[in-house]
Design a protein around this ligand. Structure first.
Ligand code: NDP
Length: 326
């Protein structure tokens, strides 16, 4: 289902007190869009960081996060996903007005129950599929951009209308409209790409490098052919325009034949089983979210170790020898 500008009515919601928690990529873009849509009661809640002067320079009143939240009827939670649990617990949860609406731009924290949500709180997702600069530029240019919208908690009975109105106010219901989704769907697909799809692709590149190097080919020739030439980014660019396989038509007949035959002859059974496991056992069960929260609470040392490990990969060493930027 899609929601369009014509489904929105900004007349009442414009007067609500709105708090932006975080003024980074999304916070800055969405706050400016909302203000240009006629919302004149916006406060930015931020830690005293490099973003604060930017919010002030953009003409917003800035206060502490707990102060911003304590006066807000609508709260945009736009800090990084991995910080939301702690900030919610320490600076937001106990300061909320009853009957406020929480707006998230990513499903992660809500889908995996990382926030203790009071029963009277409406919770909606308005999640642009676009970096903050794009959200702002397209709003100004009156161009559409993709966005997911969902209702997660609805004690007021009005959460869907609120979500559509806010999506409209940030410019996300233009053109093809905003897509109805859910926090679990948005976060599930996102995490699947991060934990199944891309690791599989990463593994392909690691192994391909080793096999080609084992055949005596030079580091520079392999790396240039595999990705330094930017060929993969061109392939994906074309795939997004004409289709995943149809972009093959831009390649030589030899390449088309090799790719289609090679794909047909590849046994994806083990990969599919691995994908199923990651999706169901790790992601949708909430196990990953729990594991990552614990790791973050312990200082994310495992992430540091993973970085150290990948530095030892032959492909990484070859890049270093070629003098690629660190
Ligand atoms: P940013 O990394 O740009 O940071 C957002 C803000 O949060 C900054 O002001 C940052 O300040 C502040 N912040 C960071 N850590 C803390 C903390 N511990 N306590 C208080 N404030 C903190 O985030 P994004 O705008 O990229 O992401 C915000 C949300 O939007 C996330 O849920 C994300 O998943 C979602 N989203 C992001 C998209 C993107 O393209 N970036 C696209 C769609 C959705 P500082 O860094 O100075 O500490």
């Amino acid at each position: 289902k899609f929601f369009y500008d014509s489904d929105a009515d900004l007349s009442a919601i414009r007067n609500k007190k709105v708090a932006f928690v975080g003024y980074g990529n999304q916070g800055c873009a969405q706050a400016l869009n909302l203000r240009d849509s006629g919302f004149d009661n916006i406060v930015v809640g931020n830690i005293d960081d490099e973003y604060k002067p930017r919010a002030i320079a953009d003409g917003f009143r800035t206060v502490s996060i707990s102060e911003a939240v304590s006066e807000a009827e609508v709260i945009f939670l736009l800090i990084p996903d991995e910080d939301q649990q702690q900030v919610w617990k320490d600076q937001i949860r106990d300061h909320l007005l009853p009957n406020a609406t929480l707006v998230v731009a990513s499903g992660y924290a809500v889908a995996f129950d990382l926030l203790e949500l009071p029963e009277t709180l409406d919770v909606v997702m308005v999640a642009p599929r676009m970096i903050g600069a794009g959200v702002r530029d397209r709003y100004v240019a009156k161009e559409p951009y993709p966005c997911f919208v969902s209702v997660e908690r609805n004690p007021s009975g009005k959460a869907l209308q609120t979500a559509i109105d806010l999506a409209c106010a940030i410019g996300a219901t233009r053109g093809r409209g905003a897509v109805e989704s859910s926090c679990l769907e948005e976060a599930g697909i996102d995490l699947f790409a991060e934990q199944a799809l891309w690791p599989a692709i990463n593994t392909c590149f690691l192994q391909a490098f080793q096999v080609l190097k084992g055949a005596g080919f030079s580091d520079e020739a392999i790396l240039f052919d595999m990705y330094l030439s930017k060929e993969p980014s061109e392939v994906f660019e074309r795939a997004s325009n004409v289709g995943f396989f149809k972009q093959l038509k831009f390649h030589s007949k030899t390449s088309q034949f090799g790719q289609l035959r090679g794909t047909k002859n590849s046994d994806g059974t083990a990969l599919k089983a691995q994908f199923e496991k990651v999706l169901h056992k790790d992601i949708l069960s909430g196990e990953f979210a729990k594991y990552w929260s614990n790791s973050l609470a312990g200082g994310a040392t495992e992430l540091e170790q993973l970085w150290k490990d990948v530095e030892q990969e032959p492909i990484q060493i070859a890049e270093n020898n070629l003098g690629l930027q660190k």
